[in-house]
Design a protein around this ligand. Sequence first.
Ligand code: ZN
Length: 280
Amino acid sequence: MMIPPDAEARRAVKPVICYPNETLPRPDMARYAAALDGAEVTARVVAPPREAGVFEVPAGQFFRIRSVQGPQVGDLNLWNARDISERFYSGKTRALHGTHVSTGERLWSSFPNLRPMATIVEDTLGWYGIDEYGGSVHDVIGTRCDPYTGNLLSGSQYHHCCHSNLTRALARHLGISAAEAEPHVHDVLNVFMCTGFTRDTGQYFMKASPVRPGDHLTFFAEINLLGALSACPGGDCSAEHSSDEAACYPLEIEILAPRPGALEGWQSPRRSGYDRSHGL
Ligand SMILES: [Zn+2]
């Protein structure tokens, strides 16, 4: 391979942030904190090990994903509860906020909507930061474990990957077939998962999640949400996924309603203002 004489100079060019996010509409975190303070739990849903739980959250309420019993990673899908063609857009969330998300950051929805679906208001793993391997928690860089990749790499037929867990849960909730539900399953927020890219080969890695029972991640629902959370067959994702090998624990989802009036003046965000003419 020919290395050009100015290779080092080309490598030395400083990076620029693709999407400086100072102009993003800022969530009013003080208002959300005050609303969460008096909020009451109205429902509890469990995602059993190697299965997914489905939940609905009205706009203006909260949902909290909690580790119970043992370290466990969860794969989260979100849809607009009234129109499931609007769904969580992990790639754009990554472009706007980075590879991993925490308090004050938002989960954005697919085109042509591109609006915040949920805002993270509490993260008990916020202390973790970025470790010496470049790993961090709650990523939007992975996809979701799925039976197709397992089949590609090892010829397996495994039915409890997060992709299938989410498909079954959505199919049952909506009363539709697996074939009808599957296209609505999308790239996830990897809740509690600790991941990064290796510095030498740029490969996606995982390591044992630092999550412990009691840890939680809490979201404010900016729009009416339908959610599905899969308790990943990888458990804490320290070694294996896409099999029944790992120790696997349930995850709990709580829905919390603020006191009446606690969000006085708050408005659910509108869909993108782009006119969609695309220059035609
Ligand atoms: Zn998984």
